[in-house]
Design a protein around this ligand. Structure first.
Ligand code: ADE
Ligand code: ZN
Length: 321
C-alpha cells in the first residue's frame, strides 16, 4: 500500500456518527436529533446544511479528553490506511462555543497525536483555523491566540467556513499577524466560489497553499499561474462530489490539474460526512484518474514538501517513502 500524507482535514469533522453519540452520552450532552439522517449518516443535503450539521456534531466535543479521543481515533484510522502524516485543522471557535479554553483544546489534540504516534508511528500537526462566516474580528482574535500562545504542534493558521461571506481583504490583518509571528497559512478558496475567490485570496493574503482551489479549472490563466508558481493545492475530490460540485469522480478535474503541472495533494476534508477517507481518495484517484503507484507516491511527496511542519520532520517523513 502506498504511503499517504494529508494536509486538509477538519478535526471536528472527522468524528463519525457513532463517536459523536458516544461523546454526547458520556458528557450527558444534548444531541440535536436532526444531526442524523440514519444511524450511520449525518443529515445534510447542501453545503450550508453541511456547515450547520458540522456545528451540531461539534457541539458534543466538550472536554479536553474528547479532543484527545477524536484525534487519536482519526489518526488510528489513517494509520491503518498507511498514512504517515496528517496536518489537521482545529477550530478554537468550536471549542469556545462549548466553553473550552484554547489551551485545553490544544492539549487534548496534542495528547491524541502523542497516543497515536506511540501506537501507530503516525505523525500529526495542527493548523489552527478561523471560521470565515464568523467575520474578521473573530479571525483576528484567533490569530492573536496563535501568535501569543505558541504550541510545538501548531504549525500554521487557516480559514474555512462559508467562502461567499466577506472578502479576503477583511482577513488580511489576521493572516499578516500570524505570518509575522512565523507561521505559514492556507485558506479555503475556489470551493464554492469561483476562480475570482482564489485570485482575491492570493492577492490579499500571504497564503502559501490554497484549500481546494478546484474552481481554478474555470480560469485557464489562473490554472497556469498556480502551476507556474507551484502553489500547493489541497484538492478534496470526494468532498467536492459529495457536496455536489461535480456529479461524479469521472467529472472531477483532478487529472487536469496534474497534467497542467500543478502541485496537487489528495485530502478527505470531512471524511464521515462525505463517505470518504484518505485511503479512499487515493484508491479512487488511482482507479478513476488512472494514476500509477509512482503518481500516488509523488502526491504524498507533494504533501510532505508542502507541509507546514519543520524541515527536520519533513526530511524524516520523506525518508520513509
Ligand atoms: N469547514 C469544514 N469543512 C469545510 C469545507 N469543506 N469548506 C469550508 N469550511 C469547512
Ligand atoms: Zn475544508
Amino acid at each position: 500500500m502506498v504511503k499517504k500524507a494529508e494536509l486538509h482535514v477538519h478535526l471536528e469533522g472527522t468524528a463519525p456518527p457513532a463517536l459523536v453519540r458516544k461523546m454526547a452520552a458520556r458528557n450527558g450532552a444534548k444531541l440535536d436529533p436532526t444531526t442524523f439522517k440514519s444511524v450511520g449518516e449525518f443529515a445534510w443535503s447542501n453545503f450550508w446544511e453541511f456547515l450547520d450539521c458540522y456545528d451540531k456534531a461539534a457541539a458534543t466535543i466538550l472536554t479536553k479528553d474528547d479532543y484527545r479521543l477524536i484525534t487519536y481515533d482519526y489518526l488510528a484510522r489513517c494509520a491503518k490506511e498507511n498514512t504517515i502524516y496528517v496536518e489537521m485543522f482545529s477550530s478554537p471557535d468550536h471549542a469556545a462555543e462549548v466553553g473550552m479554553s484554547y489551551t485545553d483544546h490544544l492539549e487534548g489534540i496534542a495528547a491524541g497525536i502523542d497516543d497515536a504516534r506511540l501506537e501507530f508511528g503516525i505523525e500529526g500537526r495542527i493548523i489552527v483555523t478561523c471560521v470565515r462566516h464568523l467575520g474578521a474580528e473573530r479571525a483576528l482574535a484567533i490569530a492573536r491566540l496563535v501568535a501569543l500562545t505558541p504550541h510545538p504542534y501548531v504549525v500554521g493558521f487557516g480559514m474555512g467556513g462559508d467562502e461567499s461571506r466577506f472578502h479576503p481583504d477583511d482577513f488580511a490583518a489576521a493572516f499578516n499577524l500570524v505570518t509575522k509571528a512565523g507561521y505559514q497559512t492556507t485558506s479555503h478558496a475556489g470551493e464554492f466560489s469561483g476562480p475570482e475567490s482564489i485570485r482575491a485570496s492570493l492577492a490579499a493574503l500571504p497564503i502559501s497553499r490554497v484549500g481546494h482551489g478546484v474552481r481554478a479549472i474555470e480560469d485557464p490563466e489562473l490554472l497556469e499561474e498556480l502551476a507556474y508558481r507551484r502553489i500547493p493545492l489541497e484538492l478534496c475530490p470526494g468532498s467536492n462530489i459529495a457536496t455536489g460540485l461535480y456529479k461524479s469522480w469521472g467529472k472531477h478535474p483532478f487529472r487536469k490539474f496534474m497534467d497542467t503541472g500543478c502541485l496537487v495533494t489528495l485530502n478527505s476534508d470531512d471524511p464521515p460526512y462525505f463517505g470518504t477517507s484518505i485511503g479512499h481518495e487515493y484508491e479512487q484517484a488511482a482507479k478513476i484518474f488512472g494514476l500509477s503507484k509512482a503518481d500516488l507516491k509523488n502526491i504524498t511527496r507533494n504533501a510532505i514538501s508542502a507541509a507546514f511542519c519543520g524541515e527536520e520532520l519533513k526530511e524524516k517523513l520523506l525518508s520513509r517513502l
